[in-house]
Each structure stands twice: as C-alpha cells, then as structure tokens.
Design a protein around this ligand. Sequence first.
Ligand SMILES: [Zn+2]
Length: 299
Amino acid sequence: MEADHPHEPAGADTDQAPETDVPTLGDILLAAEELWPESLAEDWDAPGLVAGRADREVRRILFAVDPTREVIDEALEWGADLLVTHHPLLLKPVNSVAATTFKGDTVHRLIEGGCALLTVHTNGDSAVGGVSDVLADAFGLRDVTPLVPAGDGLPEEGIGRVGDLPEMLSLADFAERVFALMPAVAGGVRVAGDAQGLIRRVAVCGGAGDSLFDAVRAQRADVYVTADLRHHPASELRERAVTGNGRPYLIDVSHFGSEWLWLTPAANALENVLTDQGFAADVRVSGVNTDPWDFVLTP
Ligand SMILES: [Zn+2]
C-alpha cells in the first residue's frame, strides 16, 4: 500500500512485488539449517559455508553432487550466487587456498565470480528427506526407518534407511527397478545374489555404505543397495550370507548416482522453505554428471 509507506527508501523493491523478497545468503543459511541441521553431521564431516558473505543477495542457487571444475563453470555461466554441493570441497584442513592448487583455484573462481559455496553432506544424508530417504522413496519402500538412528535427533533421522516393498520381487526385477532410476553412468549397476531369489525387505544407503553391514544384517534386510562396495567387505558379507538363506544380497550403484537422486527433492525443499518465508530465488539442479568413470570393459 503506497499510502502506508510514503518514505520507502529509493530503490526498494516493494513497488512491483511487495509479496516476495530477494533472500540474502544469511537467509538461505537459516533455511538450510532448518532442512539439514548441521548437528546431524558425522563427527568427521565438515558441512556448512565454504565461501560467501552472509549479507550478499542470492537470486540464483545451483545444486550439484560435487564442486568440480565443470560444475563451477556451469554455476558461473548461469550467474549463480550460490552453489550447494553434497560433497565438501575442503573436507581435510588446508594451509593455503593459493590458486596454484586445484582446490585453491576453485575457491578463487567462486569468489571472483561472486558465487558462494555451501556443503550439505552427512547432515543431508541423515535429515528427513535426505539422500537415503529419497532412495527409499524412489524404490517404493514402506515403513521406512533409519539403519542407524541419529545420536541426538528425531527417530526418523539417521544414516541409511530400511523398509519393505509393497510386494515380493525377484532380485533381478528389483535390480532392474534400481537401474532404471539411476542416472546413466559408465559403471552401471552390479548385483551379488540369486537373480531369482525373492526379496521384500530393503536397506539403502546413499554414497559409500559398507560400514553399515552390521546394521543391514541386524535389520534382516533381503538386499542392500549402496555404493563403492569394496572386494573384502562385499566378499565376506556374501560368504557369511551363504551359511544362512543367502541374504542380504547386494546392489552396488554409482556413488554419484545414489546422491544425484537427492538433488531435485533437496532443491525443491529449499525453494519451498524460502517461498514460505516470502523469499523468491531461482533454484536449479546441475546437469553435469560428476561420476569419475568414463567407460568399462566387461567379459
Ligand atoms: Zn557421497
């Protein structure tokens, strides 16, 4: 209402769109904390703001799995004010961000391009609507609970998820379902177990999940879907399963793919929180495939 605000400062953006505001980076950080509280992160992790000023306005936000060179190119070409990645750029402490190193160069390019960087890592895994929740949802699981509940969180928060399919499926049919949901990557999907074996209870963990084998067994899952499975843990889990009913079977997907599925729901969730708070920002998911593998040879 013009009459109520006769002394609105010049340049204030209230004339055309009084109902929405451009958020600052600080506003976005509050919204992100609401969705993915940093207290949910693992002790070894380093989520949070990597670069950026809290008072800067943020009009364009890009989500990606990895802060790779190609993703930074995409962010800067689009004019993003904020890049949100799942994986940290600086997980280990550094003594320098000189542009002579690739990580330092990344920090320089972001700052010089006016683009902030925020990491949502294991806090994004653990939160409700996090990486493993999205996988469980995509696979059609019901009665989903965390594989390992969060130390000081809600009962729904924690690492990994386990739940039941609405009906029995063969391992082969379920693997096809998983494959169809994943982005196209060179490594495809690897499966261990009897293709005709029937499954119903499914455990999932986005990213590298072989540290959760004990929880997968304790939950009596028929199959475990995760990424980055190494020879010895996978082999020993399968050897142990043979003495029982052959379960849990294993489905090994690409690390990138398992987390890429989260990007769109995460971007939508952030946009919804901002909208509820009267803010408007353009939120987009990166189109870059950051899976590191380019081709594979099979027999
Ligand atoms: Zn990951």
